[in-house]
Design a binder for this molecule. Sequence first.
Ligand SMILES: [Zn+2]
Length: 323
Amino acid sequence: MRERLKKFLGSMFYQKRVPSSLVFFGKEGIGKRALAFEFATALLCLEDKYPPCGKCESCKHMEDFTKKTQEELSYYGEDRKGKSVFLYLRGNHPDFVYLLPEKAEIKIDQIRGVKDFVYLNPALSKRKVVFVERAESMNPYAQNALLKVLEEPPQDTHFLMVTGNPQKILPTVRSRSFLLEVPPLTQEELRETMGIEDPLILELSEGSLQMAKSLREDKELLNTLKVLMEGHVLTLYRKALEVEKWEQDRQYLLLKLLQSFLHRRYVEGRDYKVKEALDRVSVGLEYLSRGIKPALLLFLLRGGGKDVLHKGKVSGQQQDISG
Ligand SMILES: [Zn+2]
């Protein structure tokens, strides 16, 4: 699936029909940003290649960009009152700026800074690129300012926006952009990209590189999930009490994984017991930050004689779950 999207980008690139504004959207953690960054690198590549050549001066600057810290790349300007404000990230490439929220929002001053950049001529490459990470975090003022730029798109400048939530981008901005849905990775693609063989990790990750990485690194999280799915009462009891002591982020991740797992099971069988458990987990997720006890929730999931989590033999390598 990913290959098809790259092919499409490639044909757009070589037919010289790349729109001035592109929105890459899709689920969290599936590699949207990497894909868009690679495309940005290609647009700037002095050899005019997609995927980019990786060797020219422009490609070198782009590679260099990925290696620097945010602090090293932060670029400041002045707001209307002359106060110093964060604008964007900028490395050694003169034709590339990388916009991202400062704290929670991308603000209008940042778009003003971008405006100053886009009306300059490219200095190294044939084009310029404005990369916008978490584009949904542009506040309405920023979006309206951006709209003005998109209404008269400067020659040879491309806006590449990345978002997990395209609905938060104003319809006026969306309609001036080309929307590109990035599909989650297939299990096969995940296996190839990350070299993961455990079928349970591949299944639970649902095409998310980020999730696959968390599951690979956090053996205890994965183990806990296996225990919950295998449903041995005593180990479940002990594990649930352990989960109680976890950091909230990790508890959240566990419930999130259970939620997707139950959701898939419900879609397969339309079993009302599964639906009930799914609702409980969803409520649990909502109330986690307000102090609901995850252990209690996990016990409830076993509810009655029929264990809704149990799905027979758990896939993946068998681990010693009692240890
Ligand atoms: Zn190049």
